[in-house]
Design a protein around this ligand. Structure first.
Ligand code: NBP
Length: 465
């Protein structure tokens, strides 16, 4: 083949991306720090494509025609620096190194500048889709210059998932570390939607007292609705169907969730940029709080304050209202993510939002049919903000969500993320918020001044009569 790619790191992601590249006819040169891993890779898959195995970075560079394209898929953090520093003296100007890991975007900004100073091209590229996506077609979010993107486009475009519109789930998201910035936010949205699904499960089970079969039917109805269909609902349907003996396997799984940091980074970045993202923050908080068993055990003593009771509902009606509420919550989660991406402009990440919504339509964890109307709304209104997406929120969604939260509250079912999502929506569309009180208090204790609805200017009052 006349398209060559070097792949460094042959763990789950690297090996599957290398196989994906070879399956598109690319000439693929592979390297892994531990040579035994490379040997195992060649033994298992070497015959499936045009692979060349190498034992050193130098051999890898020698085996690739210039200008070289090298994809680095090693553990985020120091391992990426180790590889980049090792490659730097071996490469020639015009070569492109792409970091496809879950790198924290400030690291990408730093490495981008370091490589630029050495006359080399560096690109940060978010890759989503997990193991399967990497093999059959992930969603890829590269960042950098147009010029460099054109050097690597022929390598990555054939490897990406289809966007179901005749295109591919890969596009230059924006300059510098935009790709890793967008991938970080993608993961933040992923945290929110997963937490919403988990809490919805709990409300169906604990608040409405549904049997496992009935709550599975509700999730299958969400999944099977063409307007809502999504990867996360697909795998939720799968997870609910696995039994161990008589009981669903999930009943045996410890109720504490782990995290690697991408959700926290998104939440921290949102705070830094002054963007409200309560669903993402609540999802991170829910994972952290789930680990605090000591507190939860102690809390059992005050649990009777909210007596456990269930509310009888008609299953058919519940399915309809849950569909509407779920649609609204997912739209609100995307809105928060898009607002963070937009605010990334102040960090130098000018991102084409309709393109991001398009490349998330396939391959990635947060792919959903709802991204269709979102892309269309962005394009039709030319307004790439959460404001334009408010039009996608339906009256039945609002009513359904309010009912869900009310019922969860009355029956004492925790729903941190769902409640935060409702709060975000109410606050977003409120014609008048109580921030007048906050302003008055700030002016009272700190003479911070306030503005008025009826007059121009800045005012200060001596509040104590
Ligand atoms: P890991 O994140 O588990 O990393 C393992 C790889 O890093 C191995 O090839 C290992 O080589 C290499 N490595 C390490 Br550790 N330290 C090194 C060093 N100092 N020099 C050279 N190589 C070093 O692999 P992964 O799960 O395939 O993920 C790769 C990247 O993709 C990560 O950033 C991850 O967050 C991201 N990602 C993962 C997924 C997923 O579903 N797993 C999805 C999307 C993105 P060794 O064999 O010699 O130890």
């Amino acid at each position: 083949s006349n398209v060559s790619l070097g792949v460094i790191g042959l763990s789950v992601m690297g090996s599957n991306l290398a196989r994906n590249a070879a399956s598109r006819g690319h000439h693929v040169v592979v390297y892994n720090r531990t040579t035994a891993v490379t040997e195992k890779f060649m033994a298992d898959h070497g015959a499936d494509g045009e692979f060349v195995a190498t034992k050193t970075l130098n051999e890898l560079v020698e085996a690739l025609p210039a200008p070289r394209v090298v994809l680095v898929m090693v553990k985020a953090g120091n391992p990426v620096d180790a590889v980049l520093n090792g490659l730097k003296p071996l490469l020639t100007p015009g070569d492109v190194v792409v970091d496809g890991g879950n790198t924290y975007y400030p690291d990408t900004v730093r490495r981008f500048e370091d490589y630029q100073a050495a006359g080399l091209h560096f690109m940060g590229m978010g890759v989503s889709g997990g193991e399967e996506g990497a093999l059959h077609g992930p969603s890829m979010m590269p960042g950098g210059s147009d010029k460099v993107w054109h050097l690597v486009k022929a390598v990555f475009e054939p490897m990406a998932a289809d966007d179901k519109l005749g295109g591919k789930c890969v596009a230059l998201t924006g300059p510098s570390a935009s790709g890793h910035f967008v991938k970080m936010v993608h993961n933040g949205i992923e945290y929110a939607i997963m937490q919403i699904i988990a809490e919805l499960y709990d409300i169906l089970k604990s608040t409405y007292g549904l049997t496992h079969a009935d709550l599975t039917a509700v999730f299958h109805a969400l999944r099977d609705d063409p307007a809502l269909s999504s990867f996360l609902l697909d795998i939720t349907g799968d997870v609910l169907e696995v039994y161990e003996g008589e009981a669903p396997l999930i009943d045996f799984i410890i109720d504490q969730s782990e995290q690697k940091g991408t959700g926290r980074w998104t939440a921290e970045t949102a705070l830094q940029l002054g963007v409200a993202a309560p669903s993402i923050m609540a999802a991170v908080a829910a994972r952290s709080q789930s680990g605090d068993l000591a507190l939860r055990k102690k809390g059992e003593t005050i649990r009777p304050v909210a007596p456990k009771q269930t509310k009888k509902v008609d299953l058919k009606q519940l399915i309809e209202s849950t569909k509407a509420a779920y649609q609204t919550m997912v739209i609100l989660s995307y809105i928060q993510g898009f607002e963070i991406i937009l605010a990334g402009k102040s960090l130098g990440f000018t991102v084409d939002l309709p393109e991001v919504a398009r490349i998330w339509r396939g391959g990635c964890i947060i792919q959903s049919a709802l991204l269709g109307p979102i892309t269309e709304t962005f394009k039709a209104t030319g307004d790439w903000t959460g404001k334009s997406l408010v039009s996608l929120i339906t009256q039945s969604g609002v009513t359904g969500l309010r009912q869900l939260v009310a019922d969860a509250a009355v029956t004492g079912t925790p729903a941190l993320c769902i409640m935060s999502t409702l709060g975000y929506m109410e606050q977003m569309v409120a014609t008048r918020l109580p921030q007048n009180i906050v302003q008055a208090l700030r002016d009272d204790f700190g003479a911070h001044t306030y503005r008025r609805v009826d007059k121009e200017g800045v005012f200060h009052t001596h509040w104590k009569a």
